[in-house]
Design a protein around this ligand. Sequence first.
Ligand code: SIN
Ligand code: MN
Length: 285
Amino acid sequence: MQLPRLTPQQLEQFDRDGYLLFPSLFTPAEIAPLLDEVPRLYAQQRPENVLEKSGVVRTNFAAHLYSKPFATLARHPRMLTPVMQLYGEKLYMHQFKINGKMAFDGDVWQWHQDYGTWVNDDHMPEPRAMNVAIFLDEVNEFNGPLMFIPGSHKLGVLQAQHDLTTTSYPLWTINHDTISQLVARGGIVAPKGPPGSMIMFHSCLVHASTSNLSPWNRVAVYLSLCAVSNHIRRFKRPEYIAHRDFTPLECLPDDCLLKDYDVPLPWKDGTPAAALTSASSAWVA
Ligand code: SIN
Ligand code: MN
């Protein structure tokens, strides 16, 4: 099958705004096995489940290593191909999470850039890792859609403070004065869409989301796909948060979410002990 390529207009839009929205890229039949799997993953007693202060799951890490539907999604050609086109090389999974943003209880994600963390904590050389969000539920104006400041990716890494208290998950966040200035220039957008929609966004794009006071979950998968040559140089964070396996992801056929294909599930019997610890002494290259 001929894979769709990003058009010159899409490339120009990505360069200008720092993100692209692909509404309904995956069909309801393709999303169903992923959404069905989420309660089972969230119910597991695994360190990869990070809870909100309220006790519901905020995010689940690394499901592509122990859940067949998500291991399949991680190799989907509709997601990998445009990112490979942009970087001109193969990709490995730097981070994989399923964010719940559960009805009534889903908490905020403060204003931040992802690459700030990746360069400071993980020593990733360049911002050549793409964030991809795939909606498993509808995202609407009420259930805490992701907000972007278009064009903010052009400013490189902005100064950030480590916020250890606002939510259950520590985050390097950008102060309100800076956000006010950036928004005065670029405004705020919140791309929305049905389940199966996908967003690709630059790892320097400033983003956030509000809490979810609606009765609708906003489950979305966030994949961070790094160009293989740009792999992280420091293993400070646990491996289930910042991966150390730089094996290129190979695309499965386009119907992979509808048919049965073999995928590796190396952590299906549990997380290896070495993947749970910080290993600041383990340096590479
Ligand atoms: C993120 O920035 O990694 C997640 C934001 C969200 O789920 O709204
Ligand atoms: Mn983020």
